[in-house]
Design a protein around this ligand. Structure first.
Ligand code: COA
Length: 289
């Protein structure tokens, strides 16, 4: 039996047929967007063809695109693509998580209307896929490869996420520049994190010393969340805040040090991407995307 780091993703429990349907709908949509983009910008043909139109599946395309951005003389494209496939064979939950990630960007980024935008251009989407690969390597004792990917992601995408950090699915790293996440941090499903956020230690603790960010929370640009503290489900951390104490679910905090500025109604919370996908039939999903 395959052990997945993404067991908590609601889609994991769905049957294979349902998952294939959802993948196919997303893949067809992405290919249509690539064909339209090709017509509008034929000078970028290799980008659309190599990354999407010549790829056999949505997952293969994501792995190819992310690898194309990461590759260098040390880790060629073929090695990266092959390692992604190895990771997915070991943990199929990675596929569910990355599908939820791309959906999260389109759902939550008001500047984004097409799947092709995060797929080709948004480094936050590529950074979280790189982290998923590094995390799998880390958990499979391929420590040096995992740390090299962290270092490479930091060069290419300006995100520094320790390979041991645990992320759910439906993660939206908006802009992603300057994101730092420590080894014992946990970020649950459907969390949004803006640029220049630190999920770090206080410098005074050892062992389990990083924040635990619960489902659906939003961490604004430049926020520093320090210590082994819980950021409750659907909490919001205002831009520029420094948070040193736990934040209750459905609560907004702001300032330095952060103080409660609002208690939100539970109904106001953003609908979980995974919940939404989980409840969708193939037809509804096709319609929605
Ligand atoms: C916290 C946030 C979500 C707004 O929440 P809200 O519940 O709608 O809060 P409001 O805008 O009504 O502001 C409530 C109070 O908090 C203050 N406040 C809001 N954001 C703040 C911040 N980042 N830092 C300090 N105070 C802040 C407001 O000035 C207001 O104070 P006042 O009542 O004395 O005027 C939003 O301000 C925020 O920080 N979002 C993150 C956005 C971001 O990262 N953007 C980057 C895009 S590139």
């Amino acid at each position: 039996m395959v052990r997945s780091a993404y067991k908590h993703l609601s889609l994991v429990s769905k049957g294979a047929t349902n998952l294939r349907d959802i993948t196919d709908a997303l893949w067809l949509r992405l290919r249509e967007e690539a064909q339209e983009a090709y017509k509008r910008a034929p000078m970028l043909a290799p980008l659309f063809v190599d990354s999407i139109l010549d790829q056999p599946s949505f997952e293969a395309a994501v792995f190819h695109r992310t690898s194309a951005r990461l590759k260098n003389d040390t880790i060629p494209l073929s090695l990266l693509v092959e390692t992604f496939h190895r990771a997915v064979a070991g943990d199929p939950g990675i596929v569910l998580a990355l599908r939820a990630d791309i959906h999260a960007v389109v759902e939550r980024d008001p500047a984004c209307e097409r799947f092709i935008e995060p797929f080709l251009y948004f480094k936050g989407f590529h950074a979280i896929q790189t982290h998923r690969l590094a995390h799998w390597l880390w958990n499979n004792q391929e420590i040096d490869f995992a740390l090299y990917l962290q270092s490479r992601s930091s060069d290419v995408f300006q995100t520094d996420i320790h390979p041991a950090a645990q992320f759910g699915g439906g993660i939206f790293l908006d802009h992603a520049t300057g994101l730092v996440v420590g080894a014992t941090a946990v970020v649950e499903d459907d969390v949004s994190v803006l640029q220049n956020v630190t999920l770090g230690g206080t410098g005074k603790e050892t062992g389990d010393r990083h924040p635990k960010v619960r489902r659906g929370a939003i961490i604004g640009a430049g926020a520093k969340v320090l210590g082994n503290i819980e950021i409750g489900a659907y909490a919001r951390i205002a831009a520029g805040s420094v948070v040193r104490h736990p934040v209750e679910p459905h609560t907004t905090v702001a300032g330095v040090p952060a103080k409660v500025i609002r208690k939100n109604d539970a109904e106001d919370s953003t609908c979980s991407v995974n919940q939404a996908i989980n409840e969708l039939s193939y037809d509804v999903f096709s319609y929605m995307i």
